[in-house]
Design a protein around this ligand. Structure first.
Ligand code: ZN
Length: 240
């Protein structure tokens, strides 16, 4: 049996699937991966990206932070791919309970997913640091310099920057979904970056599916390992 046929069987038999996704899910929509060889981290800037995406840099060089943020983190033309759409369909069909993602692009919601746990936040949400007023990514994109609120406060993206901790509530909910899942599908991540690597340890089932183009640190734990494009693989799954 082909791996995709095995995956089809696993998905068809379960109504309690959780998906955990990494950068690979977004790169197939044309969004650069921070950590890949071709990704942001190897591009040339005045400062390294991990410095520019730190909380200290945001506080001390806010205008430069936003120049970088607008140019490299906001991808207004990116569209969901076959993986995003299939996950939304699986949720609508009552088979998938949650998408847990390390991505900040909002593409799962754009594809129609409802229960999306964004471990690193989202570029779609930006808040005034003084009055907490909400601003979307379009507002940030059309702003120049330091985007400010009507009240005069500085706006900050709801994105987890370096030096910042992840939301405990999001972490907790994610771990609960993983712990209760019948099937855990991990896609588009090599599981080297925490908390991803640690979070799948909360899974207690025996149907771990790993879909990633390269090897991961958890390959041995997988019941099914598919080293192919996540969009191509999930795109071939049928809900019938
Ligand atoms: Zn304000």
């Amino acid at each position: 049996m082909l791996p995709v046929e095995q995956l089809q069987e696993i998905i068809s038999a379960s109504n309690n699937i959780v998906f955990f996704g990494g950068a690979g899910v977004s790169t197939e929509s044309g969004i650069p991966d921070f950590r890949s060889v071709d990704g942001l981290y190897n591009q040339r800037y005045k400062y390294p990206p991990e410095v520019m995406l730190s909380y200290t840099f945001y506080r001390e060089h806010t205008a430069e932070f936003y120049d970088f943020y607008r140019e490299k983190l906001l991808c207004p033309t990116a569209k969901p791919n076959a993986a995003h759409f299939k996950l939304a369909e699986l949720e609508a069909a009552g088979k998938l309970k949650a998408v847990i993602t390390q991505n900040i692009d909002g593409l799962h919601q754009m594809a129609g997913s409802k229960t999306v746990l964004e471990l690193h936040g989202s570029v779609k949400r930006n808040y005034c640091q003084s009055c907490q007023a909400f601003y979307d990514d379009a507002f940030i994109l059309q702003s120049t310099g330091v985007p400010t609120c009507e009240c005069g406060g500085v706006i900050k993206p709801d994105v987890v920057l370096y030096e910042e901790g992840l939301s405990q509530e999001t972490m907790q909910r994610s771990m609960e979904f993983i712990a209760k899942a019948d099937v855990l599908i991990v896609g588009g991540t090599s599981l080297v970056v925490y908390p991803a690597a640690g979070m799948i340890d909360y899974y207690r089932g025996r149907q771990l599916v790993l879909i990633n183009r390269g090897a991961t640190h958890s390959d041995k734990k997988a019941k099914l390992l598919i080293q192919e494009s996540i969009g191509e693989v999930l795109g071939r799954i049928s809900l019938a």
